[in-house]
Design a protein around this ligand. Structure first.
Ligand code: FE2
Ligand code: FE2
Length: 327
């Protein structure tokens, strides 16, 4: 399967690899189907920008790094409910959230890498909640790789899911970290560390962030993790930036927004190229990324014309020169 821009969808050659959901999170189009032009227009009208498809090019490409559609959408539903409960009743569905966190910890632990599905593959109304889930998935992956002990992974997961909960309570944009913190710290079942992730996720190591402008080690490790995951998903989803550009952008923020060590870890454990991406190599040949194995930055590729698959780790002189548009 591979991820494509909806503009590049071709019903003659492509089938859906994952279901498409409507605003109410109901299956609008099932996996395995082709999309009728009428539906395609409807998808565009609700703001869907990306699709996962199967076609001749995507043969043999699997994306085990992406959490499956049902788990993802179920998580989004729980977060939507949590945000609504906070907005309307001022409380959180704690037990449901705790179960979700356990599930996500397990989902992330069994994968070598995590590839996020852009929230722009969903109707616009759901993106805020999908963002929370994406930030949690990536935060948990980083926390895992940082060898944060299992009992604390739950705090990371909960804090990341609720990092923007302040937005559910009416405030100005700049006020959401403090409002979220004050709300979370008064809930007995929520760890103070999770609450601090909401408080500190817009702080920067050079002290230019908000709300307090704290710096370096004053920002808790978990909040730094949440902060980098937050930026990653914002660029990937809201800005529609391709993953390799997001990675480069994040690297430019080492020492200003994030600590050097954290960015270094990020580069080691998050892939720049997603399987299914079409590229041009430095020998001028066109290829497609097939799998991430071993190195995150040096995946396996398959040359389009010859069908030959090679590892970029074993072929150090082969370089990705250009990423072609997702289609
Ligand atoms: Fe935020
Ligand atoms: Fe956020």
């Amino acid at each position: 399967m591979r991820l494509i821009n909806i503009d590049d969808y071709n019903p003659i050659f492509m089938q859906l690899a994952r279901p498409v959901f409507d605003r109410q999170r109901r299956v609008l189009l099932a996996a395995g189907r082709t999309i009728h032009p009428v539906y395609l227009e409807r998808l565009e009208s609700i703001g869907v920008r990306y699709l996962l498809v199967e076609d001749a090019l995507s043969e043999g490409i699997s994306m085990d790094e992406i959490v499956d559609a049902t788990t993802w959408i179920a998580a989004i539903e729980i977060i939507q409910k949590a945000f609504q409960d906070v907005a309307q009743k001022g409380n959180l569905p704690i037990i449901t959230l705790q179960k979700l966190v356990s599930n996500l910890v397990e989902e992330v632990s069994k994968r070598k890498a995590i590839i996020l599905f852009p929230t722009t593959s969903l109707a616009e109304d759901l993106r805020e909640y999908a963002h929370a889930v994406n930030v949690a998935l990536l935060s948990l992956h980083l926390a895992n790789k940082k060898q944060i002990p299992p009992n604390q992974l739950k705090d990371v997961g909960m804090g990341a899911l609720l990092h923007d909960i302040g937005n559910a309570i009416k405030v100005s944009d700049a006020g959401h970290p403090l409002v979220g913190f004050n709300f979370l710290r008064n809930i007995r079942e929520i760890s103070l560390l999770s609450a601090h992730m909401a408080y500190q996720h817009h702080e920067k190591v050079d002290g230019t962030g908000f709300p307090r402008g704290i710096a370096e080690d004053q920002i808790h490790e978990f909040a730094q993790i949440c902060s980098i995951a937050n930026m990653y998903d914002n660029l990937l989803s809201s800005q529609e930036m391709p993953p390799h550009e997001v990675m480069e952008y994040i690297m430019t923020k080492a020492g200003t927004d994030f600590s050097m060590e954290l960015v270094q870890l990020f580069v080691e454990v998050v892939p720049s190229y997603i399987p299914g991406t079409r590229v041009i190599m430095n020998n001028g040949r066109e290829a497609i990324i097939t799998k991430i194995k071993g190195s995150m930055q040096r995946p396996y590729i398959r040359f389009i014309e010859s069908g030959e698959e090679v590892s970029l780790v074993s072929n150090p002189t082969l370089l990705i020169k250009e990423v072609l548009q997702k289609g």
